[in-house]
Design a protein around this ligand. Structure first.
Ligand code: ASP
Ligand code: MG
Length: 488
């Protein structure tokens, strides 16, 4: 694809990357360093770590009538942000200015929460007005800290930039309208050599009512900005060095994966690696814009690049080094994850054979309990369906299923519905896992050799993952065993 303007980098900093004066100073240093290599740098920031949670909790407590917590939180917000302002903004005039804004926004917070307390309810719209304050506070600090470090910068509240629908708390962006705002607001700043510093997480409706993009939404903001500029790369600065081959607490030799495809990323995050929500970065990855996940506190490390898939969902070709046949055998497995505290529920009965609708009703009954199902298998005999649910949901799900199939159970079309002991889902992720003959066999042999019993497998739905279920006690060993398949 052609880029309107070469050399534009979007950098997003998560809460822990700006949560203390030391962290924010490091973030500022990383931004300054990137200016050497990039013509334009646009920064997106989260709220300071812990702040959004505090804001959410305040609204919940306000609804219950808690007045004290509102005042406490107001002071806490002032203190947290003042501390950083005092350390990073040296000019007395500028520091005073930022402090005044912090005081002002914190007072807004208290007023909003008091109104919520009086009303005894917090509408989604009111919630967004409150929780958006975290980013509105942090963005001022970061822009001022950058200025104090000698980089011309300007903070911008993305209520003026990202246009969304009015689905408060998880609003959807209108990319076309946002693009128009980028042209009139961001491009002129870049042309002047400024670094725009934008609030993550928030947008506004066309009428200017503040919305948020959902918890953790700053990554999404960065992707929206990256897609609409468009940027050449989007870097997500966090407190870990990209995506690891496994949890290093389980596998001490685990290491950072240099590149993952979008789909691998999706599987990894679905099966327990919580670095980045794949949906959040979709707008940029779809345009072929690489996303780099990197560590604020180890900026010299390359981290992980998330690249487009090579098939229909991509824009850019040639990203998938993994599909190079020379490399394929080495890189079939890229990462291994474990989700613990699961149980397998099985619906079984000879009367289910060939009866349409059993699966639909089964999952309907599960969905009615608000439980999500990470893994499903059905033997081809159609005499049983097994799926996993979080262990703590077992009772509720079983009850719902018994209720849904009362008749079938009475008539013995379904013989029983039962749950296993606590188990873990182990997932191996890698492009080409399923196209490569013999992988599943090797995996099972290795697990067998390690004396691990596999209760169920699921391999169908995703081309890039194989999941298997083992007893909880075997989870650690299973991850370690499969990690041997990752080429060193
Ligand atoms: N501050 C928001 C949250 O904690 C958004 C973000 O950090 O991505 O959910
Ligand atoms: Mg975050």
């Amino acid at each position: 694809m052609t880029k309107e303007k070469p050399s534009t980098l979007v950098m997003k900093f998560g809460g822990t990357s700006v949560g203390t004066a030391e962290a924010m100073a490091q973030a500022v240093a990383n931004i300054r360093a990137s200016q050497a290599d990039w013509e334009n740098v646009v920064v997106v920031t989260s709220a300071l770590s812990g702040v959004t949670n505090l804001l959410v909790e305040s609204t919940t407590r306000a609804v219950r009538g808690d007045e004290v917590f509102i005042s406490q939180t107001e002071s806490e917000l002032v203190k947290k942000h003042f501390e950083i302002a005092e350390k990073l903004i040296k000019s007395p005039a500028q520091q005073a200015q930022v402090k005044q804004e912090i005081k002002h926004l914190s007072a807004d917070f208290a007023n909003l929460c008091r109104a919520i307390r009086v009303l005894g309810e917090a509408t989604p719209r009111a919630m967004d007005a409150v929780v958006s304050l975290g980013e509105r506070l942090s963005v001022r600090l970061l822009a001022a800290a950058l200025q104090a470090a000698g980089a011309p910068s300007q903070f911008i509240e993305t209520t003026h930039l990202i246009v969304t629908d009015d689905d408060f708390q998880s609003a959807h962006p209108d990319l076309e309208k946002t693009k128009a705002n980028i042209k009139t607001i961001i491009k002129p700043l870049l042309a002047q050599g400024q670094i725009p510093v934008l609030t993550g997480f928030i947008g506004a409706t066309e009428d200017g009512i503040t919305t948020t993009l959902g918890r953790g939404g700053s990554d999404y903001s960065a992707a929206i900005i990256g897609a609409t500029l468009p940027a050449d790369e989007v870097w997500i600065w966090t407190d870990v060095t990209g995506v690891m081959t496994a949890d290093p607490r389980i596998v001490p030799t685990a290491r950072t994966i240099p590149e993952v495809s979008y789909r691998e990323m999706a599987e990894l995050s679905y099966f327990g690696a919580k670095v980045l929500h794949p949906k959040a970065v979709r707008p940029v990855v779809e345009l072929g814009i690489p996303v780099r996940i990197c560590n604020t506190f180890a900026p010299e490390e390359k981290g992980t690049y998330v690249l487009a898939d090579k098939d229909g969902r991509t824009a850019k070709e040639g990203n998938e080094k993994t599909e190079d046949p020379q490399n394929a055998s080495n890189q079939i497995v890229k990462a291994v994850t474990a989700i613990k505290h699961q149980s397998v529920i099985t619906v079984e009965g000879r009367g289910m054979l060939g009866v349409p609708g059993v699966a639909a009703r089964t999952f309907g009954a599960v969905a009615a309990t608000g439980t999500s199902v990470p893994l499903i298998t059905q033997a081809s005999s159609e005499q049983s369906i097994s799926f996993s649910v979080p262990h703590e949901a077992v009772e509720t799900v079983l009850e719902s299923l018994h209720h849904a199939f009362t008749e079938e159970l009475e008539q013995r079309d379904i013989d029983r519905i039962w749950a296993s002991d606590e188990v873990a889902i182990i997932t191996a992720v890698g492009n080409g896992l399923q196209q490569t003959p013999g992988v599943a066999g090797k995996i099972f042999s290795a697990l067998g050799a390690a004396n691990l019993n596999v209760y169920a497998i699921a391999q169908g739905s995703s081309a890039v993952a194989i999941s298997l279920i083992v007893a909880s006690e075997g989870a650690q060993k299973a991850v370690q065993t499969l990690h041997h398949f990752i080429a060193s």
